[in-house]
Design a protein. Structure first.
Length: 274
């Protein structure tokens, strides 16, 4: 089933989230207008807002706070995309030029920070501080995951367990938090909230594994973003870890040499052919 079909039950709510998302990002200064307009083109599947709404709906009633929370998790996610493109030196995101490619590193860093701050400003208006605490903790966990991955670049000792720990932190944690927020604000008890949190973790892990496979096997035309960035930056993802573990002798040495060619843009085909 396509994601659009899965989201049918919350379509009207998702439309409301979309409207609120763009309203909250209306520039306070004309100098930001071009940046805000450009980020508006970064519309993806909106998985995380949908998880907030679907989790809330499956255990209780949707309340106005669910819309605000859905907007915030998408802002947090968008901020991470802007920062990721700086780290990866990606030139394309969702079929449009990345912020980093168009405006440069300094503006991209600050704009990512701006998106984070807008999201947490919305959280500060909520009656409950539960969401602020949970999302603050989640952003910390996401940052830890990104830092660990960067520290372990070009490390052929990275195991599958290490990999799963990294993606649980950097990707799955926000999906899990989205599910917990939706459930909690719909009145779910801790047991139900925990189950939905774990469900969100599994969804996020699966999403990242697919994304990492597409980075190796996909095409930029189909996916709509810069690919081959993991290999270029020495990030050992699940496909590369399994490749290394399955090879031996000359083939293993060849694969190692290709992975360690830090700046080569021609290594993808060679690695796939190992």
């Amino acid at each position: 089933m396509e994601s659009a079909g899965i989201f049918d039950s919350v379509k009207e709510l998702m439309d409301e989230v979309e409207t609120r998302f763009h309203k909250e990002l209306q520039p306070r200064s004309n100098s930001l207008a071009d940046l805000i307009a450009h980020i508006g083109k970064y519309k993806g599947k909106r998985l995380r807002p949908a998880l907030v709404l679907l989790s809330g709906k499956c255990v209780g009633d949707i309340v106005p706070q669910h819309i605000e929370l859905a907007v915030v998790v998408e802002m947090v996610h968008t901020a991470t995309l802007v920062h990721d493109d700086i780290i990866d030196e990606a030139t394309m995101r969702r079929h449009v030029e990345s912020v980093n490619s168009k405006w440069g590193r300094e503006i991209s860093i600050l704009f990512g920070d701006y998106l984070f701050s807008r999201g947490f400003t919305i959280l500060s208006t909520l009656d409950s501080q539960i969401a602020t605490l949970l999302l603050s903790q989640t952003v910390n966990i996401m940052s830890e995951g990104e830092l660990i991955q960067l520290q372990r670049r070009y490390d052929l000792g990275l195991s599958e367990n290490d990999y799963f720990d990294i993606i649980e932190r950097k990707t799955a944690s926000l999906c899990a938090a989205s599910c917990r927020l939706g459930a909690t604000f719909a009145g779910a008890n801790r047991k139900v909230s925990d189950r939905l949190f774990n469900y969100g973790l599994k969804v996020g892990i699966a999403f990242q594994i697919v994304d990492d496979c597409l980075d190796v096997m996909g095409t930029e035309e189909e996916i709509g973003k810069s690919l081959n960035t993991d290999i270029q930056k020495g990030k050992l993802t699940l496909p590369l870890i399994r490749l290394v573990n399955q090879l031996s002798g000359n083939k293993l040495e060849t694969a190692k040499e290709l992975i360690f060619q830090h700046d080569s843009r021609d290594t993808k085909a060679a690695i796939v052919g190992c």
